[in-house]
Design a protein around this ligand. Structure first.
Ligand SMILES: *[C@@H]1O[C@H](CO)[C@@H](O)[C@H](O)[C@H]1NC(C)=O
Length: 433
């Protein structure tokens, strides 16, 4: 059973960073994507850049590691500011170090390469600019094969070296945030040899277009009080990395549609209606109230195309919740039916998410495992101590003891995902049966 998930999420762009190293050249793999209109699609030449967290970070003057395993060098990095001054992010060897291969319109990510685990890549407009998508009244489409899954001023690295990541968990495992190190308060992880949690987090609205493996899939909208990137402090960040999940200014849970969680156990998986044993096309539409790009986000709709057949998302089978798309009524009803705290509404729900989409978002593609909850929120019964038959608890067929990073990293090291044929355009322009 595959327990790995992929995340294709769109994030608000921020450009900020540290020093740039010169020990290795930075040559990003090219990735072609397409812009569509009613009369057809045209190729766009882009590339992918790996996130700063995966890069070698070393002394600006030489090659001494600033960060080794899950700890900072105390001399080079005594505090956040000094660390940013003393340390440089360097170029990446995409294929041999990180298992990232791009060819034409296709991107392949391998789970484990040598000692490296997973990767997180941004779609670039050019070598030093993230591609910004404005998706209101547009649709975003890609093909995926999951069958092999079980303006800060210290700005020399910037988007070229993959800094600026943020999401609605307000991640505190980032090594650099807003041009400074995340050294102060850093605690090495007890179960991840490569990660830790620092005193700052990086928040922004997050649209999870695709968090999935071959067993389960979820599409999730996570609004924040402020859609754009903000830096938060310690446990006040909330989210996964803090002891106080709801203390921050983002919605760490989001409003999600996972067909299995919504009561349809036969829709997504190997041999099911959407068959994860072969490639599929995934369409996500961002519909506005007035059918224009300046309207308010009213609905996020998912459609699949597989073997020439257009497949509507499965409808909710949960008492009190109707429909097969994310909208205000669906989200309110779902939170009530599942007994979940409605943090989504607290951060203005659909209109909060719409603000993020209006500002523009960056596409992030990653393959990862989960040292906090073993991915059980995606594909098992979660929380694990809840009654599995209560609405909202069952999310997939994986066991509650599955998905441990130590297991998946040894048993499924060569797992991979291929994303291809990324297309963006007006509603209905990016796919056909
Ligand atoms: C699951 O979804 C499929 C496709 O929409 C549908 O044909 C089937 O009846 C649904 N099953 C349940 C139990 O809701």
């Amino acid at each position: 059973m595959q327990q790995r998930a992929l995340l294709l999420s769109a994030l608000v762009a921020v450009a900020q960073a540290q020093q740039a190293g010169t020990q290795k050249s930075e040559t990003k793999p090219s990735l072609t994507w397409q812009k569509c209109t009613a009369s057809g699609c045209t190729d766009q030449s882009g590339s992918v850049g790996i996130d700063a967290n995966w890069r070698w970070v070393h002394s600006t003057s030489g090659s001494t590691n600033c960060y080794t395993g899950n700890t900072w060098d105390a001399t080079l990095c005594p505090d956040d500011e000094t660390c940013a001054t003393n340390c440089a992010l360097d170029g990446a060897d995409y294929s041999s170090t990180y298992g990232v291969e791009a060819s034409g319109e296709s991107l392949s990510l391998t789970f484990k390469t040598g000692s490296n685990v997973g990767s997180r890549l941004f779609l670039m407009e050019d070598d030093s600019t993230y591609q910004i998508f404005k998706l209101l009244n547009q649709e975003f489409t890609f093909d995926v094969d999951v069958s092999a899954l079980p303006a800060y001023e210290n700005n020399k690295a910037g988007a070229k070296y993959g800094t600026g990541y943020c999401d609605a968990q307000c991640p505190r495992d980032l090594k650099f945030i807003n041009g400074q190190g995340n050294v102060d308060g850093w605690e090495p992880s007890s179960n991840d040899a490569n990660a830790g949690v620092g005193g700052h987090g990086s928040c922004c609205a997050e649209m999870d277009i695709w968090e999935a493996n071959s067993i389960s899939t979820a599409v999730t909208a996570h609004p924040c009080k402020e859609a754009g990137q903000t830096m938060c402090e310690g446990d006040n960040c909330g989210g996964t990395y803090s002891s106080t999940r709801y203390a921050g200014t983002c919605d760490p849970d989001g409003c999600d549609i996972n067909p299995y969680r919504m009561g349809n156990e036969s829709f997504y998986g190997p041999g099911k209606t959407v068959d994860t044993s072969s490639k599929m096309t995934v369409v996500t539409q961002f519909i506005t109230s007035d059918g224009t790009a300046t309207g308010t986000l009213s609905e996020i709709k998912r459609i699949y195309v597989q073997n020439g057949k257009v497949i509507a998302n499965s409808a909710s089978d949960i008492t009190g919740v109707t429909g097969n798309s994310i909208n205000s009524d669906f989200c309110t009803a779902q939170k009530e039916a599942f007994g979940d705290q409605d943090v989504f509404a607290q951060y203005n729900g659909m209109s909060g998410m719409g603000e993020g989409l209006e500002q523009g978002m960056v596409l992030v593609m990653s393959l990862w495992d989960d040292h906090y909850a073993n991915m059980l929120w995606l594909d098992s019964n979660y929380p694990t101590d809840a009654t599995a038959t209560d609405p909202g608890v069952a999310r997939g067929t994986c066991g509650t003891d599955s998905g441990k990073p130590s297991d998946v990293e040894s048993a499924s090291a060569d797992a991979k995902v291929v994303f291809s044929n990324i297309k963006v355009g007006p509603i209905g322009s990016t796919y056909s049966s």
